[in-house]
Design a protein around this ligand. Structure first.
Ligand code: DGY
Length: 323
């Protein structure tokens, strides 16, 4: 049962039931059961009495916000593997511990990379729209023909856990795997994938490019007009990482000109305000950032956050610590 001695946690988003139950067993908490965006005043009031913050990627924790945190706040855990919404250097300067949720969402996100890839390659949006509008007049041999994956080449940008899990799945579809990464993997992790130390050598030879790298200062708008021009005519872009990696204006131009065959996107710039021109297109297979959205994965992500909080308040290093 909760006692007043338990640390107090401000939770900025609604959590899965199993995660809420465990949180309330071990902590006092200010929950956001309605999942409303918290006003600045609500956030400030919660922060003023919190020992720890349990957040998600919808709020930016930049240097200004972090340096203004009162001394009572000692730890911030984020319900995400991505941490581009947190200025880690500023957290370090402030002496704030920060943890995230690596590993547990790898397989779920790789599944969605394949869904985006297949949806884009096999014209799923056009097919569904035709059916939903009652416009299907029956099968014919030249209808909705798409790109077959067998024998094609997939180029993965960022061969971390999610990139490697995507490669594992893609091999099963008969795709030849190429990748670009800051460092070459060892032979066991590579599993025969072809390494390119520069994007310039990979983009012109692959049929599909899939992004699995984090959004950092170096990778923001990585996919711009130059990148897209270097991709093969008739190729596909898949993004399950972060919207900030792609210049959406340039992507639209590449689709409009017919240079790209299609795109498969689970993430967007400026979420949830998705560019309507992108989602209106028949050649854009789009999903609302559901990469990690399975019951098991979302519970596991929440438990990683709780494991981080437990470790901190018991005086142990964070098991999934960033700072
Ligand atoms: C993650 O974990 O980074 C997901 O994309 C949710 O933000």
């Amino acid at each position: 049962m909760a006692t007043s001695k338990q640390p107090r946690i401000l939770v900025t988003r609604r959590l899965p039931e199993a995660v809420t139950e465990r949180l309330l067993r071990d902590y006092d908490a200010d929950l956001n059961a309605d999942d409303r965006p918290l006003s600045d005043a609500e956030l400030a009031a919660g922060i003023a009495r919190a020992d720890g913050l349990f957040v998600a990627s919808n709020i930016k924790w930049d240097a200004e916000r972090l340096s203004a945190l009162p001394d009572n706040v000692k730890i911030l855990v984020t319900f995400s593997v991505g941490h581009d919404h947190i200025d880690l250097d500023a957290a370090r300067r402030r002496g704030l511990k920060v943890g995230n949720t690596p590993d547990v969402l790898t397989e779920a996100v790789a599944d969605i990379a394949m869904l985006c890839l297949l949806g884009a390659a096999r014209r799923a949006v056009e097919s569904q729209r035709m059916l939903h509008r009652g416009e299907w007049e029956g099968w014919h041999s030249t209808q909705l023909v798409g790109m077959e994956l067998t024998g094609r080449k997939l180029g993965i940008v960022g061969m971390g856990r999610i990139g490697r899990a995507t490669a594992r799945r893609a091999r099963g579809f008969g795709l030849e795997i190429h990748y670009h990464n800051r460092q070459r993997l060892d032979a066991e992790a590579e599993q025969g994938a072809i390494y390119h130390d520069r994007l310039e050598t990979m983009l012109p030879v692959v049929d599909i490019v899939s992004l699995s790298c984090p959004a950092t200062a170096e990778t923001t708008r990585l996919v711009d007009a130059t990148f897209l021009r270097a991709m093969r005519p008739g190729s596909i872009l898949v993004n399950t990482a972060r919207g900030a990696l792609v210049d959406e204006h340039d992507l639209l131009a590449a689709l409009e000109s017919g240079h790209l065959f299609a795109a498969g996107l689970d993430v967007f710039d400026n979420e949830p305000h998705v560019n309507p021109k992108l989602v209106a297109r028949d050649d854009v297979f789009s999903l609302p950032h559901i990469g990690s959205a399975t019951v098991n994965t979302r519970n596991a992500m929440g438990f990683c956050c709780l494991d981080n909080l437990d470790a901190f308040f018991q005086g142990r290093p964070l098991p999934f610590g960033l700072v």
